[in-house]
Ligand binder design. Structure first.
Ligand code: BGC
Ligand code: BGC
Length: 852
């Protein structure tokens, strides 16, 4: 085994982090040395060679462009924030639709609606009447498991499931189908594949990765890029292909604690050996774009990392396509805001992804910065040269307009049967059999089968995040025309074979079943919303375990089908199951699960299990483990997966003792000048509400305004006049539930750092809300009055008010399912300021409030 890989595993051990950081610091100076890149990073020989004819065309066009036209190529706004007229006026080089963003803001937009928008944007971009130049724009979209923003598209298993299938040839086919369906809607470019090598399964994007092993990631990256873009010298970026993006450069799967957008502290060699392999595969295959990552490397954000973006990626590895940013990722660089960030371009970013209305000031600021010499003209030319090179390679100057392209409008191709068959094959190959006591599987379809669990007939749940909506929440089976649930597959095969099926989420039945198939697992999530403090499945809820046990108690054999975006600690659920299958996030073709689970009507196996774990499976909730970690045995190793007839290894009495939460897992910051990334802040006045997204906001009886406590805008003042119930709330937006159990379990407090400025507080209460699932489904909330405490505060003095989280739990708040971790509602005419809101342990200087 590679010694470097071995040593990097030790890195995931927290106690060594300090030492690594030290080591990094002493090496830091060397990073400025361009030559150093060559010691670690290879030169990549891309299958796509530079074409002198194209290079000439690029130079000719570039020489005719004004500065304004060039900078417009570098700005990528989002469809919710620009009009077709903006496109005509500015001529943006590209634009995107984010997750859950559709033409006309309509979830049920038809493929035709997508084409209409693509056509209008294209025509506006080549209309030179206002901006003076005709350069076709490009539309980019997150087609990350099929064309997943479009109703009716074929949805493939998420990457984690594809990794378990370990079949590069199939992956190439999947990518080509995705390209086809994307092209039906007139779109040119996809933000896939994600080539993260995931090293901490607590990360909410674990399912977007193929494996903890860079080897699969590298092979897959190569195959997918070929499938999306075609083969150099043959069908490369031909009429049936789209531009692909390897993302997120670099180290997104290796952040400390699995923190989304967090910090990766690997050494440079590890960065290449582990997190760089997807780029080796993808860039060799000729990927034309690379997306910069939100994460940092040793504290420095990738969007502003000149060494990695320019010296390593472009110079050493020889990448000649363009680097696109991630969702306002440039705004996270120290010293930058969404609308002002020369640092990113200077570091090597070629296209700013700039959703929200920041695009306009960003465009203007960038032009000004070039004029003032803050950004060199040559850097802009380099960026635009790269963008134009890709556009020429993709034939955008020659291809017909979006509505007239090969597949445009051929709506029958969206979700076409032959596409679904490939997705079904992928589902079958991705399933991993973890336990099969007494060879209970395969099931004969001629029996009476109970299908239970809230994942059984739930295509949204089985598809996970990045499914029609960004988070994959709020979808129903009707949103998946042509798709099927896991239950539907079982039902149709069993009925055909003369057996019978009962579907009941809670596991009730009218006729005692021969066997129960229980489908359960994680609710959909995307990005940081999926970050977890440990891998305990249904921590603090355990309603699925109760369901399994209830069935077992009635002597019904139980087959568990576990839907999840990562391996999880499910020892108790395994103990309560006779058979246990990791189904990951299979996508729209749930019915294919039955092909493997059931024999044909003659009792013959139809398809055996093929999937093997591409991630090690943990034996405790806090075990962070991967295959290179020799001293840390997982429950089931990388590569594990039973086939029919093989002996099941797991006993029925795996350790069910849950892990203790450590202090670092229990601290939650909600507000520190800015609302923390998982939440939005809303202003409330009685029934009136609005999202706060700038430095001031007001409703009739209440005003919000940012102020400076220690540094600029690190606090806000809330002024109420004659209010009966006004204030603010922090929410997850779309009803998403966050798991804050760790904070509660650790005995923490909700601590609000506040100051009373003036006026009398007639009443004031702090409120938390949750939306519970399982047996106690419904909304729940709890509140604590703090008016007495506030009225006793000396005016104009900052104080930390600390309320035990237990006060809210006593009133029924479930910390595993929080939709609002904080709200403050006041009555009267008064003014107060807040600078910090945290869930943390209490300190001496805090003023504790009792539950009443
Ligand atoms: C994600 C990217 C995605 C982009 C556009 C970002 O938040 O990190 O993976 O391509 O949004 O939706
Ligand atoms: C947007 C999505 C987008 C995501 C990227 C969300 O706020 O609604 O469209 O993909 O951010 O992080």
């Amino acid at each position: 085994m590679n010694v470097l890989l071995k040593s990097c595993v030790a890195l995931s051990c927290i106690s060594l982090l300090g030492a690594c950081q030290q080591a990094y610091k002493t090496e830091q100076q060397q990073y400025v040395d361009k030559g150093k890149a060559a010691e670690v990073w290879p030169e990549i020989v891309s299958d796509v060679k530079q074409d002198p004819i194209i290079e000439k065309k690029v130079e000719a066009l570039l020489s005719k462009m004004t500065l304004e036209q060039k900078v417009a190529q570098m700005i990528q706004p989002e469809i919710r924030d620009i009009s077709v007229e903006d496109m005509r006026r500015y001529g943006f080089g590209s634009y995107l639709n984010g997750g859950g963003s559709f033409p006309n803001n309509e979830k049920h937009s038809t493929p035709q609606d997508w084409i209409v928008l693509a056509e209008k944007m294209y025509q506006a971009s080549i209309d030179d009447s206002i901006d003076g130049i005709a350069i076709p724009t490009m539309w980019g979209t997150d087609a990350v498991h099929g064309h997943n923003n479009v109703i009716g598209a074929t949805l493939f298993p998420h990457n984690i499931g594809l990794g378990a299938a370990n079949n590069p040839a199939m992956i190439e086919k999947i990518a080509q189908i995705t390209a086809t369906e994307v092209m039906v809607t007139g779109i040119d470019w996809v933000f896939a594949p994600t080539v993260a090598t995931v090293r901490d399964d607590r990360w909410g994007r674990t399912y977007e990765g193929y494996s903890e092993d860079p080897d699969i990631v590298k092979k897959y990256a190569y195959a997918i890029v070929k499938g999306l873009q075609g083969h150099a010298g043959k069908d490369f970026l031909g009429d049936d292909r789209v531009i692909s993006t390897v993302k997120h450069f670099i180290g997104d799967g290796g952040t400390v604690g699995g923190d989304d957008q967090g910090d990766n502290i690997a050494t440079e060699q590890e960065l290449f050996d582990i997190h760089g392999q997807g780029y080796v595969g993808g860039l060799t295959a000729g990927a034309q774009s690379v997306m910069a990552s939100f994460n940092s490397w040793h504290g420095k954000k990738l969007h502003g990392h000149k060494y990695l973006l320019t010296n390593v990626l472009k110079e050493q590895m020889g990448f000649d396509g363009f680097v696109v940013g991630d969702w306002n990722g440039h705004g996270q660089i120290e010293g930058c805001t969404n609308d002002n960030c020369p640092q990113a371009v200077n570091a090597g970013l070629d296209i700013y992804m700039v959703p929200t209305d920041a695009w306009k000031p960003l465009l203007e600021n960038t032009i000004k910065q070039v004029k003032e010499g803050v950004i060199a003209h040559s850097r802009v030319d380099d960026a635009v040269r790269r963008i134009l090179r890709v556009k020429f390679r993709a034939g955008l100057f020659d291809k017909p307009s979006p509505k007239n392209r090969l597949f445009s409008g051929k709506t029958a191709l969206i979700g076409q049967q032959s596409h679904r068959l490939v997705a079904q094959q992928a589902v079958r190959e991705s399933l991993v059999l973890l336990k099969n006591k007494g060879n209970i599987l395969p099931l004969k379809p001629s029996q009476h089968i109970l299908v239970a669990g809230d994942g059984a007939d739930n295509i949204g749940k089985q598809s996970g995040g990045w499914t029609i909506t960004w988070q994959g929440t709020n979808n129903t089976n009707e949103d998946f025309p042509g798709g099927s649930s896991i239950y539907q597959g079982i039902k149709s095969q069993v009925t055909k074979a003369g057996g019978s099926v009962e579907l009941n989420v809670q596991g009730e039945f009218s006729q005692k079943p021969d066997v129960a198939v229980v489908v359960f697992g994680e609710e959909p999530y995307a990005e940081g919303h999926g970050d977890r403090s440990n891998l305990d499945y249904q921590r603090g809820i355990k309603s699925d375990l109760a369901l399994l046990k209830k069935l077992k108690a009635q002597n019904i054999p139980v087959v568990s089908l576990f839907i999840s975006g990562r391996p999880m600690w499910v020892n108790a659920e395994l103990n309560a199951s006779d058979a246990f299958v990791a189904v990951w996030l299979p996508g729209s073709e749930g019915k294919a699960v039955a092909d493997v689970l059931l024999t044909d009507d003659k009792g013959q196996v139809q398809y055996d299990f093929k999937g093997k774990l591409s991630f090690s499976w943990p034996k405790s909730a806090d075990q962070l483990v991967n295959r290179f970690d020799e001293d840390n045995e997982p429950l089931l190793p990388y590569g594990f997966g039973l086939r029919y007839g093989e002996e099941s290894l797991l006993s029925d009495n795996l350790n069910e003792q849950s892990a203790k939460v450590s202090a670092d897992q229990s601290y939650v910051n909600l507000f520190n000048g800015q609302v923390s990334k998982l939440w939005q802040l809303n202003l409330i006045d009685g029934d009136d509400q609005k999202v706060i997204n700038s430095s001031t906001a007001s409703l009739t009886h209440v005003t919000y305004r940012t102020i400076d406590r220690n540094v600029q805008e690190d606090a806000f003042t809330l002024t109420s006049s004659d209010a009966t119930s006004a204030g603010l709330s922090m929410t997850t937006g779309n009803g998403f539930r966050e798991d804050l159990t760790a904070a509660h379990e650790a005995g923490n407090y909700l601590v609000i750092s506040m100051r009373r400025n003036s006026g009398e507080i007639k009443s004031a209460k702090v409120q938390l809300s949750c939306e519970s699932i399982g047996d106690e489904r419904g909304s729940c909330s709890g509140n604590v009055k703090i008016d007495k405490t506030l009225n006793h505060l000396p005016l104009n003095t900052w104080k930390n008010i600390a309320i035990p989280l237990e006060c809210f739990a006593e009133q029924g708040v479930k910390f595993s399912q929080i939709v609002s971790p904080f709200a403050l509602l006041v009555a009267g005419s008064n003014s107060m300021s807040i600078s910090n809101i945290d869930y943390r342990s209490i300190k001496e200087t805090d003023q504790a409030v009792s539950c009443q």
